[in-house]
Design a protein. Sequence first.
Length: 529
Amino acid sequence: MLLRVSARIRRGARLGAALLALLEGAPALASEPMDRLGWQSVPAGPQDESVAALALAPGDGGLAVGDSRGVRIVDASGGFRRLLQRGPVRDLAFLPDSLGPPATLLAATGVGFYRVERDGRARLLTPAPGVEARDVHRIAVSATAVAVATSAGAFLSDDVRRWTRLAARLPLAPARAVALRETAAGLECLAVVDERLWSVRLARGGEAAGAGLRAEQVTLQPIAGVRGESGGPVDVVFDVGGADAVALLPGAFAVRAAATAGWSLLRPVLPPGASARRLLAARGRLWLATDRGLLTAPELAGPWQRAAPPAGSGDVRALAGDAQRLYAAAGDRVLAARERAAASDAPAALRLRTAEGDPPIELVHRAALAYLDLRPERIARLSRGAARRGWLPVVALRLVRARDEDRGVDHDEAFTSGETRLLVDRDRSLARDFEASLSFSWDLGDLAYYPEQIDVSREAREVIKLRDDVLDEVTQLYFERRRVLAELAARPDAPPAEALRLRLRAAELAAGIDAWTGGWFQRARAGGP
């Protein structure tokens, strides 16, 4: 084969006097003791798909999970079924009964915007002509309308069949987020278009492209002090935390006290480098999803603290919940909040393990193996690679450069008019050639047996031995720390010097576990010595 070759620094909490008055005057949400709240994984299918969207059906209709491959529905009994084989999914929302049959789902994916019926039938929706209009980023649903934020702008519909642009005065630019609320006069919509926040008030009875809604008032919503936040708000929410509306920025809240008031900026204290993604009120508290873990607070002003692990230390991309339920998408898992037994009701061994807020030993083992790359998946990948080795060719690239040069000299004599003349003729030719060849060769015997599989087996034995040593060391450190903390708790009247010695020993053991887990243990601890 011949080829031709050619050449954030943590921000302090700064709050204006007006916002303080608002939050102090607002009724605080009921606080749920955080030491009673834990998490359990929802059996939502294979745990190898990144989950980025959740939607909770009204009543006991189940939970919709959007991952990198499509949409799954988890029912109340724990079973799951896949409805849509399109991904990755960006957002999900269930339609109210007034806009469609029960359990009808809207799914915004990377390859289109779909309406999915309960039986799995899917129909592609097109808010406007063009590919960009089908590139939906966020869905907002009210009792009588649906709004979507797309790469072509924000669109609205009151029957999920006919769509109209949210408002003609809005910029013809990508929309990032959208929120919808029913009011006495019609609808109010907040939309982030062209990285700016807009408020649109709509009334019924107009001639707006068959949607039955017309924009009566369109106003740009300036947020003072937001210049440092690149990209504008990432989420907008109505009626949360005692505020009329909240626009969520990566590191701050823009809070509106009333529908006719301006916006005030509130900067909560977040984990260093954390970027906020979603804000939700559920189970009597506020929940903030960030790329550094799930945070919770009784009110917008905080204090914000980490939720219990693993949600409190994972990359949380989506939330869904109501007054009784709360779900979080952390990596490739869906976690459900659950009540933990009180310490006085738990067995003595369980109380010893969790009394000071340390994560359970099984989570510590997982963190250590993940940090040291000693999980079984590593050997499984090597084994699969060795099994597929025979299908991979040996590629050879050959480059040849040739140079051909000829030189010639001819001598002759001529006798003219009595004189002899010597004649010399010289000639020279030069040629250069370049050649490139690319070849592929397969050894089909490797399909039946590849010799380096023996090396994989040897590596697996070494990894298993090393993994046993690591787990043994971590287990000893962990339970030695538990014994020290138990001794400290059993001796409340110990001399100060002895109590200090025990605390230092517990901190030393915690530092050892922290080193084996790459800092995970310290982040996952709820507190304590």
